[in-house]
Design a protein around this ligand. Structure first.
Ligand code: GAP
Length: 448
């Protein structure tokens, strides 16, 4: 059960905040994009039509001694990483370039020879005793129906996109949508990843946030560029600097695409894909029309023509975004002074993504301070996520909040009783200021 994860109480808040931020930016900030929530179970023919039954596979190779199975590209990439670590940067780049051209040509014999010629070894057995390179389908299947003889095999969706395609006309007609328009969806996807590693980077059950943008055929190049730029703007709006991102154009295009690129983020494990932008042509709608024998056409009143729209897709992994935001936020700070050693772990999340926005901390458990703190909680709780805590010294409570990325802590002390002011402490600078308790909610909201 590797590559299957549960999120705890703060992880789920972080994930939800990222999802809402994406959802709102798609469906609120773009007036021509609406959302749907399609079922995970879909008619099995959907996956025939989409090409996933025939094409959604990865080239794999097995080591005959350890019986361990590898994705060919991961095996070669790990070899290139090692070369780079050993100071052979040019050789590493050549390995990747050679691999890319072999993959692009689907030259599986060539890939096997390449692995053997470079003496790439299995990490478990340490040998070069490899099988041929073979293709493995990544879809999970299960049975629909209660009696096994009657059951028919269905697939757990490997992408959320197909739920959007099969609903294209429902949404277009009921919403009187005019091209260009988009349909967005967030939901679970499942892939039987053979090599599943690196925490929530590559999972077998994960969440995608996808948007299909339906356009007039022939305009795909300009819309592809538009969405590349638009999505990069979204990433930068998370407060992550531009140098932590790069575009990577695909050499080997997926079976549905005529152009595709990844937005890569500089994870602690190096630059890796976090989002894909794909020009999917009319591949999906055309095939759904053929397999379902239902027209998937749109009548464009501006040019008086019927056509199957082309599609630009933006597809970002929610779990991978969580890992990106976590990696970017994580800081270890040395706060030692001459008198004493000190350090802290702090997650510097953007306020809008932080699991908890405000911690309310009465200095003591008595003298009416908890009652005042509860008053503040009651004002703030309906507006944003708050956390109340009485236990331990204020210093310890601050550090605990730093470690889960809470941007603001408010301390209620005896002075609060006299003049209605509180101390607000800022996570990143650790600066503290005295402000009226009545202004706390406004201050936090101004950062959202
Ligand atoms: N509908 C297009 C599509 O699914 P993809 O590049 O295969 O394209 C899109 O996946 C995004 O989904 C990736 O950029 C990545 O963020 C996320 N993703 C894909 N496989 C994943 C996995 N096994 N675990 C976590 N996230 C994954």
């Amino acid at each position: 059960m590797s590559a299957v994860y549960d999120y705890g109480q703060w992880g789920v808040e972080l994930k939800r905040n990222i999802r809402d931020y994406w959802w709102n930016s798609m469906t609120r900030m773009h007036e021509n994009i609406v959302g749907i929530d399609a079922a995970i179970f879909m008619h099995p023919t959907t996956w025939k039509a989409s090409g996933h039954v025939d094409n959604f596979s990865d080239p794999m190779i097995d080591n005959k001694d350890s019986k361990k199975r590898y994705r060919v590209d991961h095996l070669i990439e790990a070899y290139a990483d090692q070369l780079e670590k050993d100071g052979q940067k040019a050789e590493a780049e050549k390995v990747i370039a050679d691999m890319d051209s072999l993959l692009a040509a689907s030259d599986y014999d060539g890939l096997k020879k390449f692995i053997e010629n470079n003496k790439i070894k299995c990490a478990v057995s340490g040998t070069c005793n490899w099988t041929d390179v073979r293709q493995f389908n990544l879809m999970f299947s299960t049975q629909l129906g209660s009696v096994s003889e009657d059951a028919s095999e269905i697939y757990l969706r490997p992408e959320t996109a197909q739920g959007i395609f099969v609903n294209f006309l429902n949404v277009q007609k009921t919403g009187r949508m005019k091209i260009p328009f988009g349909i967005a969806q967030v939901g679970k996807a499942f892939r039987n990843e053979i090599v599943a590693r690196q925490f929530v980077f590559r999972m077998r059950e994960f969440e995608q946030m996808e948007m299909q943008f339906f356009i007039r055929p022939g305009t795909q190049k300009e819309w592809y560029e538009y969405w590349k730029e638009e999505r990069m703007k979204w990433h930068l709006s998370l407060g992550i600097p531009a140098e932590r991102y790069r575009f990577h154009d695909h050499v080997k295009l997926a079976h549905y695409a005529d152009a595709a690129c990844d937005i890569e983020y500089d994870f602690p494990i190096g630059f890796k894909e976090v989002e894909g932008i794909h020009s999917r042509t009319d591949f999906d709608l055309k095939n759904h029309q053929e397999f379902s024998r239902k027209k998937m056409q749109y009548f464009d009143t501006e040019i008086n023509q019927n056509y199957i729209p082309y599609v630009i897709e933006t597809s970002i992994g929610l779990d991978r975004s969580v890992l990106m935001v976590l990696s970017e936020a994580y800081n270890e700070e040395d706060l030692s002074t001459e008198e004493r050693k000190d350090s802290r772990v702090v997650l510097m999340f953007p306020v809008k993504l932080a699991p908890i926005k405000l911690a309310v901390l009465p200095l003591t458990k008595k003298d009416g301070l908890p009652e005042l703190a509860r008053e503040l909680m009651d004002i703030c709780k309906p507006k944003f996520k708050c956390f109340y805590e009485e236990k331990d010294t204020i210093g310890k409570r601050y550090r605990r909040m730093d470690a889960i990325g809470t941007p603001f802590c408010v301390t209620i002390d005896h002075q609060t009783k006299e003049d209605g002011t509180v101390t607000i402490r800022h996570r990143d600078t650790m600066l503290q200021e005295r402000i009226p308790m009545s202004e706390v909610s406004k201050l936090v909201e101004s950062h959202l």
